[in-house]
Design a protein around this ligand. Structure first.
Ligand code: HEC
Length: 107
């Protein structure tokens, strides 16, 4: 069963906090709701096979864009001028951080 974790909290780690900001501006439009068939952030089942590809692949797909079996992830969320590669990597790290907590809720 997928578990959910509330995504509104800003992490205290500065790298993840940056990723959280990028995520909220550029990624959550699709990844919170599943718009455009995007994998939903809090649904760990939808991410399991993606995580298995390894972080480097996920970084590259978020930076360069990715056409998969369910849809299209635009390069840097569709705003290529807004963030550096590192900032987009931070957004992916934030997604992974949140997913890890979705799998093992802190309670
Ligand atoms: C317009 C909607 C949209 C936006 C905005 C968007 N994504 Fe996506 N994203 C998708 C879709 C759709 C997929 C699934 C593609 C597939 O597997 O067919 C996806 C997949 C991904 C994946 C998994 C790639 C893989 O190899 O399985 C990552 C990581 C990701 N997005 C990160 C991001 C980040 C980071 C942002 C913000 C900078 C972002 N996305 C913004 C639609 C979006």
């Amino acid at each position: 069963m997928p578990r959910s974790y509330p995504t509104g909290e800003k992490p205290t780690d500065p790298h993840l906090a940056k990723g959280y900001e990028v995520y909220r501006e550029g990624c959550m439009g699709c990844h919170d709701s599943g718009a455009a068939q995007a994998p939903v952030l809090t649904n760990s089942d939808e991410w399991r096979e993606r995580i298995d590809k390894g972080k480097e692949t996920l970084y590259r797909h978020a930076i360069d864009g990715y056409h998969g079996n369910s849809g299209f992830c635009p390069p840097k969320g569709g705003s290529p001028g807004s963030w550096s590669d590192d900032e987009v990597r931070a957004a992916v790290d934030y997604i992974m951080f949140t997913l890890a907590r979705a799998v093992t809720p802190e309670e």
